[in-house]
Design a protein around this ligand. Structure first.
Ligand code: PMP
Ligand code: GLN
Length: 390
């Protein structure tokens, strides 16, 4: 790769999906479901195409979708957003993140993110000419908690924004109310904007619930809340996402979005609006299925000899291959498709290199992320293949 993004090279998801395809492996690397979303939503998109909704939609997004996004947030979180000024439809959550950072963060300012972080955050902060600072998750029982001391230390007089991803990719951690309250306190004390990536907001298992940072006192007026249809409705290929927040912050993101994509694609937007309005039972069923698949894949990984971290939400489980004799997660992921016909992604793709090293710090370097958003028989076959690793 040449040019400004040289340090970021090809995304890990593209690299591992290509490797999976080459070896005809089961792709548990890139997070995408292998079944379609609700039938009514699929028909609505076909209908929109068949009835001539094929020219540029409004830059801010189709009104029906902005209204549905606003209603969903009122229903689920008691958050009130004016669909005309406080909601912006984007090309997936990815463009929402880029629009928020490019629209709001001046070159040289700092953006804090939780490490491990979704790869787009670091690349987007680099595109903005801003500086990435991280606060890590640390092991806590079978799962992880946010290192609040590291978070407090990451805030400086130069901090412009903090990106908060919960439910968290790649660990499956759902931040607790206490952790969110401390993030809120710090944002207010330092007068910093929060950009919340809540794309897995509905995919939370068992007793855990997801709370939006914007619901904490003093936060609605400084939070850009991001979500997407991709994971909720099994349409990662549709690229329909959204931002909601105070009108001035949404306008800043919209300013950047105008010159990133101008508008999103039209016919998918009314379809996603319909799904947000009418398919919450489908989403609840799907989350129950996912919870079952999380248990099945975690058991299969343990059976194959991995150490397995707990997961409270998302599509993902982190596994520790050291009991099998592997200490380098990236090397294992490069070998897995050819060796056993399964693809995964290394946690090291979501963290900074250890100071002075190419490799990630030892807390993450060995860990491997597997996606369980796959049909039961696919998980059974992946389990069979993984057992041949020992
Ligand atoms: N944020 C996180 C944490 C993700 O895992 C993903 C991948 N779906 C995205 C953002 C990107 O979402 P979209 O596909 O809607 O752009
Ligand atoms: N969000 C998905 C993941 O974490 C895939 C994203 C991508 O391919 N860029 O696996």
């Amino acid at each position: 790769l040449v040019g400004r993004l040289q340090p970021f090279a090809e995304t890990i998801f593209a690299e591992m999906s290509a490797l999976a395809a080459r070896h005809d492996a089961i792709n548990l690397g890139q997070g995408f479901p292998d079944t379609d979303g609700p039938a009514s939503m699929l028909s609505a998109a076909q209908e929109a195409i068949a009835t001539g909704h094929n020219q540029y939609p409004p830059g801010i997004g189709v009104a029906a979708l902005r209204e549905a996004v606003s209603e969903q947030q009122a229903r689920d979180y008691g958050l009130q957003y004016d669909p005309d000024t406080q909601v912006l439809i984007t090309v997936g959550a990815t463009e929402a993140i880029a629009g928020a950072v490019l629209g709001l963060v001046e070159p040289g300012r700092e953006v804090i993110m939780i490490e491990p972080y979704y790869d787009a955050y670091a690349a987007t902060v680099a595109l903005a000419g801003a500086v990435r600072r991280t606060a890590g998750l640390v092991p806590d029982g079978d799962g992880f908690r946010l290192d609040l001391d590291a978070l407090r230390a990451a805030f400086t007089s130069n901090t412009a924004a903090v990106i908060v991803n919960s439910p968290h990719n790649p660990t499956g951690t759902v931040l607790t109310d206490d952790e969110l309250a401390e993030i809120a306190r710090l944002c207010i004390a330092h007068d910093v904007v929060a950009i919340t990536d809540e794309v897995y907001e509905h995919l939370v298992f068992g007793e855990r619930t997801h709370r939006s940072l914007a619901t904490f006192d003093g936060m609605a007026e400084r939070t850009l809340r991001i979500s997407s249809a991709a994971k909720t409705f099994h349409v990662t290929g549709w690229k329909v996402g959204w931002i909601s927040g105070p009108a001035d912050l949404v306008a800043a993101a919209r300013g950047a979005k105008q010159y990133l994509s101008y508008v999103g694609s039209g016919p998918f937007q009314p379809a996603v609006a319909l799904a947000l309005r009418t398919e919450s039972a489908w989403v609840a069923d799907q989350t129950r299925d996912l919870a079952r698949r999380q248990v099945a894949l975690s058991a299969a990984l343990a059976d194959a000899g991995f150490g397995v971290h707990s997961t409270d939400g998302t599509y993902f489980v982190l596994a520790d291959p050291r009991p099998l004799g592997y200490t380098d997660g990236a090397a294992l992921c490069r070998a897995l498709p050819a060796r056993v016909g399964v693809a995964a992604v290394p946690a090291s793709a979501f963290v900074d290199p250890a100071p002075g090293h190419d490799r990630a710090n030892p807390q993450w370097d060995h860990l491997v992320r597997f996606a369980f958003c796959k049909q039961d028989d696919v998980i059974v076959e992946a389990a069979r293949r993984l057992r041949t690793l020992a």
